[in-house]
Design a protein around this ligand. Structure first.
Ligand code: GDP
Ligand code: MG
Length: 209
């Protein structure tokens, strides 16, 4: 509400999820640096998280984006990781049908351990690959997204296709859930806390008013 200006801003926690090799690290590096990292270099990058501010319709939404590595097998991403997440980028690889089939299992994990109102965006990565390389059609991704009521888009970390758009989609949904209240141009995002009784996210300051 009005008069709520309580820095410092707490960033929204965003987690990259999906099977090993789908391009989580590549997508995050493309988003952060605007470049595509050769695969021989990827294993040595060792990203934990990156902060990035995304502007949505003039509103600044601060994201803290966590990469997962070596945790891609089910039941190995810790429950605390899920619980604290405000948003999830869930990736499969359009050249690998298994990673697409596994999305249902990932969504099962998410429904079980993440907050009920967690923002999810479904991504079919490696959209630059075509012809016989491609195993999953765009329509299959669209259908899966519709089935689970989550936005879907294809991306390419290699060409940059829809990379900004996918993170903006996350920020847009966070904003629509009340993540950011300020409109005076200052960085005045509220501390973002969970109100589990209402199963939705509210600003601590506003809740107490
Ligand atoms: P992660 O295990 O999910 O983090 O996946 P990586 O980011 O390590 O990528 C796995 C492999 O896929 C690497 O060889 C990347 O170069 C490759 N890769 C990632 N994104 C793309 C993409 O958009 N297009 C293509 N053609 N290859 C990609
Ligand atoms: Mg990785």
């Amino acid at each position: 509400g009005d008069g709520c200006y309580n820095p410092p801003a707490a960033p929204a926690s965003v987690i990259m999820l999906g099977d090993s090799g789908v391009g989580k690290t590549s997508l995050l590096i493309r988003f952060r640096d605007g470049r595509y990292v050769p695969s021989y270099f990827l294993s040595t990058v060792g990203i934990d998280f990156r902060n990035k501010v995304v502007v949505v319709d003039g509103t600044r939404v601060k994201l803290q984006i966590w990469d997962t590595a070596g945790q891609e097998r089910f039941r190995s991403v810790t429950h605390a990781y899920y619980r604290d997440a405000h948003a999830l980028l869930l990736l499969y690889d359009v050249t690998n049908k298994t990673t697409y089939d596994n999305i249902r299992a990932w969504l099962g994990e998410i429904r079980e351990y993440a907050q009920e109102d967690v923002v999810i965006v479904l991504i079919g990565n490696k959209a630059d690959c075509s012809g016989s390389e491609r195993q999953v059609k765009r329509e299959d991704g669209e259908r899966l997204g519709r089935e689970h009521n989550v936005p879907f888009m294809e991306t390419s970390a290699k060409t940059g296709l829809n990379v900004e758009l996918s993170f903006t989609a996350v920020a847009r949904q966070l904003k629509s859930r009340g993540y950011e209240h300020g409109d005076d141009g200052k960085f005045n995002v509220h501390d973002f806390v969970r109100d589990n009784t209402k199963a939705r996210s509210v600003c601590a300051q506003c809740r107490n008013m």
